[in-house]
Write a protein that binds this ligand. Structure first.
Ligand code: WT7
Length: 640
């Protein structure tokens, strides 16, 4: 957090527009939000800005009618933009496609009509299990257009994850594809859906996108239908956007928390629509002549907000790549930036770290001069990665917006805001809160932390992009986000704020890991470990990793009759992969005979963590049995 380092673009500080906008957003908030919201097209304008009567279930623009696709599509199709690229797509296998706003609009209408013909109605849930191919954003927009609720499952997740999400959301339709390709390897997806559907009875139809070059996949008569056949059953006819209220649900996206079961975070047409629109302009300064490349997957909120809804609502061009950044060569992204004249680029620290190791010649061999703004998201960016990113991609000139936000916040909350003239950056700082975001740092007692004192970040008032709730579980919404401190939203991150009001997010304050920027609860992994026949008890912790930021390690106690072995370890690892997919990187499993616990039986993960990272264990006075730690230390020494 050193302040010595002076960034060259600090000269460009032009704070006044930001400052004035921020001030007005808090002091005259009703008028401010009204003005902002009227930049969007409404089917029926709202008369009320915010309904607080059922707090903390805040509802924005409650009596307005708006459908997010009107602002993402119809609005542009009425103008010259109908012939400009909305979506550019390329895949590892060499396929590519560019859809103008007009073409995207038509594709969305074709699928919307087909879904209606299948009997899908407003409020029904549609689950997608698709890689980054055009049919994914098309599915989301078609769902939104008919007032249905989409729920994207990341295409690397397991059949179990799909089944759990279908059952929680009671989805009627699944949209998937037969195959995707990763590092030259064919990966069947439809097969995973088939497996999931054995335990997910609510699904009536499976729509399958057929990829060229592959053999047919198994289709179930009456249930499964090919996408291309479905959408060509009738001639083209435009589907008017369903008259959704500002407070109708747009999507559910599942994310990990501190308990075992992922929670369905849901967002609404009006508030989420406005927040993604505004933050795209404020943070990325995105205009209709920009080409925006966000390397995230639409399986996460980053892709929802800043591949699909934000860039399309502002009428920019969004670029989407199906593949990994280092295959066939580690310059795939730099090549795309050059090839498509990308102006704004958004990625994660873990991706930067993974590309750094290949050396500087890869980005050097490309013309990256079209870039104006760089972005980072997902976890704190370490100084080495920041410097490499700035030097090699930003030529030590471009602002790097380090955007802090969450699935729950709908869009960016803390960042520099070039679109409001605020390029002000400090090393390691995320920046200042966006207009409307009343962020603060408080300590355990709930009082405001002093400047540079570590505490919890909280948000003191509602904002349009905020989650509407946890699907089917209103109590969990209140207990997770509104109970730790009274009357404020609790995100679960540690932070400090400095004397200039800059926020530095320091990482999770709860039992949630960030593996390569992906969020996973330790409890979620422990529940899967315990479901393995030989496992009696387990404790999962995160340990630092040079590329992924953090990876998981487990200490496992076996049941009587089971002996530790390499083979057993392998079986347990594959059990985790089957249940949680390939994102959970388990660095190791240590077999122990007991876990360090307090006298009241609480597992002391903190101690396991110190032992594993070779640090002092600190205070162990509450530990019930000191030998548990000695055993762990011995095992680790044997390994190294
Ligand atoms: C958690 C939310 C928001 C899109 C991606 C992740 C961490 C996110 C930053 C950042 C430091 C960050 C926080 C947050 N996080 N961005 N720029 N600096 N930490 O969404 O999966 O909901 O995870 O990611 O810990 O709470 P998510």
């Amino acid at each position: 957090m050193s302040q010595e380092e002076n960034l060259p673009f600090n000269e460009k500080y032009t704070l006044p527009p930001y400052k004035e906008t921020y001030r007005r957003s808090l002091e005259d908030s009703e008028r401010f939000w009204k003005e902002q919201a009227l930049e969007l097209e409404w089917t029926k304008p709202f008369s009320k800005v915010l309904d607080e009567s059922n707090a903390p279930f805040y509802r924005w623009f409650p009596d307005g009618l708006i459908n997010i696709t009107q602002n993402a599509l119809d609005r542009h199709v009425k103008t010259w933009k109908t012939n400009k690229a909305a979506l550019i797509w390329e895949s590892e296998s060499g396929e590519s496609r560019t859809l103008t706003y007009g073409q995207l609009f038509n594709e969305v209408n074709r699928l919307a009509r087909a879904l209606k013909d299948l009997g899908i109605k407003k409020g029904d849930r549609i689950l997608t299990y698709l890689p980054l191919m055009p049919e994914l954003p098309i599915s989301l927009l078609a769902s939104a257009r008919i007032g249905a609720v989409h729920s994207v499952v990341f295409s690397g997740f397991s059949h179990q994850a799909i089944a759990d999400r279908i059952n929680d959301a009671k989805a009627k339709v699944v949209i998937t594809t037969d195959y995707t390709v990763r590092r030259g390897k064919k990966i069947p997806l439809k097969q995973v859906v088939d497996e999931a559907l054995k335990q997910a009875p609510s699904v009536e139809k499976v729509i399958v996108v057929k990829r060229p070059h592959f053999e047919d996949t198994k289709m179930t008569e009456g249930r499964d239908v090919y996408y291309h056949e479905l959408v060509s059953r009738t001639g083209y006819k435009k589907v008017e956007a369903e008259e959704t209220s500002s407070t109708d649900p747009l999507f559910i996206l599942y994310t990990s928390g501190t308990t075992g079961k992922p929670k369905g975070i849901f967002h609404l047409h009006g508030g989420y629509g406005l927040w993604t629109y505004l933050t795209t302009k404020w943070v990325f300064d995105l205009h209709d002549n920009d080409v925006f490349f966000n390397t995230a997957d639409i399986g996460w909120i980053t892709g929802h907000s800043y591949i699909v809804y934000g860039p399309l609502q502002v009428g920019a061009t969004t670029l989407m790549y199906e593949g990994v950044p280092d295959y066939p060569n580690p310059d795939k992204w730099w090549e795309l930036i050059e090839k498509y004249n990308v102006t704004v680029f958004y990625t994660s620290p873990t991706a930067i770290r993974s590309l750094m190791k290949y050396g500087e010649e890869w980005p050097k061999s490309h013309d990256l001069n079209g870039l104006r703004i760089l972005g980072s998201v997902g976890e704190p960016i370490n100084p080495e990665a920041w410097r490499w990113y700035s030097k090699n991609i930003g030529h030590n000139e471009l602002p790097i917006v380090d955007t802090w936000w969450q699935t729950e916040t709908g869009g960016i909350m803390i960042s520099a805001t070039p679109g409001l003239g605020n390029y002000m950056l400090k090393p390691s700082a995320n920046g200042l809160p966006l207009p409307g975001v009343e962020a603060d740092v408080i300590n355990e007692e709930g009082t405001r932390a002093k400047d540079r004192e570590k505490g919890y970040i909280v948000i003191r008032r509602p904002w349009p992009g905020m989650l509407a709730g946890v699907w089917g579980d209103p109590d969990r919404y209140i207990s997770t986000y509104w109970s730790k401190f009274k009357g404020v939203y609790y995100p679960g991150d540690y932070a400090v704020k400095d004397e200039d009001g800059f926020f530095f997010i320091l990482g999770r304050a709860d039992e949630v890991l960030k593996i390569a920027g992906h969020r996973i609860g330790t409890r979620e992994i422990e529940d899967v470990l315990i479901s393995f026949p030989g496992v009696a008890e387990s404790a999962v912790i995160g340990v630092p990793d040079p590329v992924r930021g953090e990876v998981a390690v487990a200490a496992v106690v076996l049941k009587q009759g089971y002996e530790p072995s390499e083979n057993l370890k392998k079986q347990i690892l594959s059990h985790i992969k089957d249940n949680l997919g390939s994102l959970v990187i388990m660095k190791d499993i240590y077999f122990v005979t007991k876990l360090p616990k307090t006298r009241s039986g609480k597992i002391m993960r903190r101690l396991i963590k110190s032992v594993l990272s070779g640090q002092q264990t600190g205070d162990t006075s509450t530990l019930e049995d000191e030998t548990s730690l000695d055993e762990l230390k011995k095992i680790i020494n044997e390994f190294e």
